[in-house]
Design a protein around this ligand. Structure first.
Ligand code: ADP
Ligand code: MG
Length: 293
């Protein structure tokens, strides 16, 4: 028992220090490799070399992420079983460790997803997708978190339901990320409004909530990888522990579908995020320019 407790303390300490060092390193590595690209481009002025470098970078992210997944799962299992033998002080340490492991797992999953999005061409997976159905499916996933807080969803959409050419699982992921953010920032008894409108060329889907909205600083950065705003603006913790990758993933999904995403504050209060997707693919660059995308 005593040695179990000593081990628990050691694991908690190691995790605290280890993850504290690992996460900033991973973030810094990802940032600096992204920022190097334009400089390399200028220096070598060779498109093929640049593409090769990018491919290598993406492979690197994917390899690291795969390598991290298994030990993280093992660490989580070990710390969960040790938590049963801890005194209250040690239990607090273990809880902190577990939180960090879960956050790191979420970061790793997010990075893997971004890397997959960048590497797998969309064309192989598109099919006509009924967007409103996917909104409802995503909401079902969040219901266990929404119901205890009495947060409702209303959906307005054209009738008959419209389809867009999309990869169903990627669209589902984008909607889940947007609804998860809206739910996290909604007050209890609040309503999240999803509004879908279309014209000949575009489908526009707004996810609006009644929360605190984006801060000025957030509006300039929310789509950047690893950007996390002030946690105190959120009402509760969410299904996906904040990694700052949620909106970056949404943006990547929108872009690969030939669309875009925008964030704004509603005049009546609360945040609104607009996902814009082409009704038909592919969308010409002229059409994109005219729409200001
Ligand atoms: N609906 C919203 N209302 C207010 N702020 C939001 C909303 N959605 C996102 N944000 C802000 O944008 C940041 C980035 O969001 P995201 O990329 O999903 O990362 P994460 O949710 O992991 O923090 C959040 O940390 C939060 O500060
Ligand atoms: Mg999020």
């Amino acid at each position: 028992m005593a040695s179990g407790i000593a081990l628990a303390e050691a694991v908690a300490l190691l995790l605290g220090v280890g993850l504290g060092l690992l996460v900033p390193w991973l973030v810094q590595r990802q940032r600096s490799s992204r920022h190097r690209l334009p400089l390399d481009h200028q220096m070598i002025q060779n498109r093929y070399a640049l593409l090769a470098q990018r491919e290598q970078q993406e492979r690197w992210v994917s390899d690291v992420v795969h390598e991290l997944k298994t030990p993280l799962t093992a660490l989580r299992l070990v710390s969960e079983s040790l938590a049963n033998d801890c005194n209250p002080r040690q239990a607090r340490l273990m809880e902190r460790s577990q939180k960090e492991i879960v956050r790191l797992q979420s970061l790793v999953e997010g990075l893997l997803e971004l890397s997959r999005l960048e590497n797998t061409p969309l064309q192989h997976h598109t099919t006509p997708v009924t967007v409103v159905d996917h909104v409802k499916t995503a909401w079902q996933v969040l219901l266990p978190l929404a119901e205890p807080r009495h947060v409702d969803l209303t959906v307005t959409s054209p009738s008959p339901a419209v389809t867009v050419p999309a990869d169903p699982s990627r669209l589902q992921r984008a909607l889940l990320n947007l609804l998860d953010n809206a739910l996290r920032h909604s007050p209890n008894h609040g309503t999240i409004q999803v509004k879908i409108v279309t014209d000949q060329t575009w489908l526009k889907l707004d996810v609006a909530d009644q929360g605190s909205g984006f801060s000025e600083r957030d509006l300039a950065h929310v789509f950047e990888r690893f950007y996390r705003g002030d946690a105190s603006r959120a009402r509760v913790s969410s299904l996906m522990i904040g990694s700052g990758l949620g909106l970056a993933i949404v943006q990547q999904i929108a872009t690969t579908h030939g669309g875009t995403v925008r964030a704004l504050n509603r005049p009546e209060g609360g945040a609104s995020v607009r996902l814009i997707l082409p009704m038909n693919s592919p969308v010409s660059s002229e059409t994109r320019l005219t729409a200001g995308l």
